[in-house]
Ligand binder design. Structure first.
Ligand code: PEP
Ligand code: MG
Length: 578
């Protein structure tokens, strides 16, 4: 009987194939008592297994020289987890003190650690608990003589869809050699490394299905719609035909889009639209260039701090910014100062009280945090200024809501510049400074920002969150997160219209900018610079090339005056069908 499961849409595309269930249960290990004379042997067995896993990580890394930086990052992370004395030393103490087997010792220790991760409010950090489990799982498999690679042995085929309770990034990487069509899992969040890798590799994937492993049988026919987060089990002929068609269309579209890389993004009425990329670090530059971006519209610099527990020094930052700017070969690079706080926290421990504070999204984050730590802010401004010598750098400050925040920032920027001049360090004297408009108060009282800054960038992710009072990370209210809400339309139209009148360029770097179904609406409202996840650029470019601004402008303006989401959606659909 056919049924449908819903999970998190992690990586777009459609896969049709047969379920291949992957066994779990590796962490359910027996507790054995060891004879006193065998204890040191057991410790040695534990050490040998750890060593084999480390060697395996090294081999994996060197075989992946040209792979995305994400893959290297996760291998480093799992290695670091295993090298931590909590997992490399304490299990040995447990073996000695309790005279138990190595599997049981490391799993007990892992449970303690995972429990601590489970108590963390921050979603990103909580999900690192999965990494601990996955790293330990590798060791347990080694101890049991069933290394990870054997999990996929003998399974091959482009029509196979892996159904698992959980998958580690290593398993996902192994898929490349086995030609799987897709994978689905019961657990895992949208920011897990597994999800990040699936996106990077372009495999359709749905995570967070809760019960897929229990409800789906081996060999059953499956349709995976990675774009919508839907899994259809045992579909009937009619549904299969429909999805075969959608799949062909999707693949055709993707290959057509690839050809757009070198094509200029101009509208039918010859208006140049800048399509820029959002990045997390210098290692993304290669992908950005592959996607044909006009530059970088948002460098989320806080990602170079996450997961390390301390702030990168001015020199370390300078290296990361310089590498990025040089890599972009003269194209503009907008470097956003640290947007830490809320869900992006630096210190695992120190931040716990901060994390427990209610409503962290309304707390000491972004520019508020930077202004409360002027030394940190100053060091970052100096590092960005130093990198400005190597290309076209612009500085972007997140989450302004008050005029005095801009004034204090500009004063610090001046201080950074004069200290560099004093040290005879070169930088671009005309470097532009802009602010993100992501708080409704800033959007409404826009004049103070237009007068003080060189450019603005709309952060729709936060602007929508704060306008609609929807926590963007909470799946329970996700259905209320509505980019087409009339209030959002009013704010966008006001920001873009005021920017145009004042002659201040306004770009957009929230997720809305990378969704082709909003491209025409935004073009019609006056947006000329879109910044997005690099892989989205070809689809948005295609939509730009099919649009005539003189035709869509009056329609978009009328849409922005409507006062019901459903009507707005209906008109946007008509606009897209023109
Ligand atoms: C936004 O809020 O839209 C934005 C681009 O910033 P971030 O997603 O990093 O908060
Ligand atoms: Mg934001």
């Amino acid at each position: 009987m056919s049924f449908t499961l819903h999970g998190l849409p992690i990586s777009g595309g459609i896969a049709i194939g047969q379920a291949r269930l992957i066994s779990q249960a590796t962490l359910e290990v027996s507790h054995l008592v060891i004879a006193p004379r065998m204890v040191e042997k057991e410790v040695a067995r534990f050490e040998a297994a750890m060593e084999r896993v480390r060697t395996e990580f090294d081999a994996m890394k060197s075989s992946l020289e040209k792979s995305p930086a994400d893959m290297h990052a996760f291998i480093d992370l799992h290695r670091m987890i295993l090298d931590d004395p909590e997992l490399s030393e304490i299990p040995k103490q447990i073996i000695r003190e309790r005279r138990c087997n190595a599997e049981w010792a490391i799993v007990q220790q892992m449970r303690l650690l995972v429990e601590q991760f489970d108590q963390i409010d921050d979603v990103y950090l909580r999900e690192r608990g999965y990494d601990v489990r996955q790293a330990v799982e590798r060791v347990v498999r080694e101890l049991a003589g069933r290394p990870v690679a054997s999990r996929l042995k003998g399974i091959k085929g482009e029509h196979l869809i892996v159904v698992a309770h959980d998958l580690s990034p290593a398993d996902v990487m192994a898929f490349r050699n086995h030609g799987f069509a897709s994978f689905v899992t019961d657990v895992g969040g949208a920011t897990s490394h597994t999800a990040i890798l699936a996106r990077g590799m372009g495999i359709p994937a749905v995570l967070g299905l809760h019960d897929a492993r229990r409800l789906i049988r081996d060999g059953e026919a499956l349709i995976i719609d990675g774009t919508r987060g839907v899994v259809i089990v045992d579909p009937d002929r009619r549904v299969l035909d429909e999805y075969e068609l959608r799949k062909t269309e999707f693949e055709l579209e993707r290959s057509k889009l690839k050809r757009l890389k070198t094509v200029r993004s101009t509208t039918l009425d010859k208006i140049k639209i800048d399509l820029l990329a959002n990045i997390e670090g210098p290692e993304d530059v290669e992908t950005v260039l592959e996607c044909g971006a006009d530059g970088i519209g948002l460098f989320r610099t806080e990602f170079i701090c996450l997961g390390r527990g301390d702030m990168p020094s001015e020199d370390e930052q300078f290296e990361a910014y310089r590498k990025t700017v040089k890599g972009m070969e003269g194209r503009p690079v907008v470097i956003r100062t640290f947007d830490l706080g809320n869900d992006k926290l630096l210190h695992g421990d120190d931040a716990s009280s901060e994390r427990r504070r209610e409503n962290p999204a309304l707390g000491l984050r972004s520019v508020r945090l930077l202004l409360s730590e002027p030394k940190v802010f100053l060091a970052q401004l100096r590092a960005i200024l130093r990198a400005s010598k190597y290309g076209k750098v612009k500085i972007l400050i997140p989450m302004f809501s008050h005029a005095f925040q801009v004034d204090q920032t500009l004063a610090l920027l001046e201080q950074a510049k004069s200290s560099l001049r004093g040290e005879k360090i070169a930088f671009d004297e005309s470097v532009e400074i802009g602010g993100m408009i992501e708080v409704p108060a800033a959007a409404l009282a826009l004049g103070v920002f237009l007068r003080r800054l060189d450019f603005l960038s709309i952060g729709t992710n936060d602007l929508i969150q704060y306008t609609l009072a929807i926590n963007r990370a909470d799946e329970q209210v996700a259905s209320l997160y509505d980019p087409l809400h009339p209030a959002v339309m009013m704010l966008l139209s006001h920001i873009l219209g005021s920017g145009e009148k004042a002659g201040v360029p306004v770009s957009m770097c929230g997720e809305m900018a990378g969704d082709p179904s909003f491209t025409r609406l935004l073009l019609g409202l006056g947006l000329r610079q879109f910044s997005m996840f690099p892989a989205r650029i070809p689809a948005v470019k295609q939509r730009v090339k099919q649009s005539d601004i003189s035709e869509i402008e009056p329609i978009a303006r009328r849409i922005a005056r409507l006062d019901e989401s459903a009507k707005i959606m209906e008109h946007v659909e008509k606009l897209n069908a023109l």
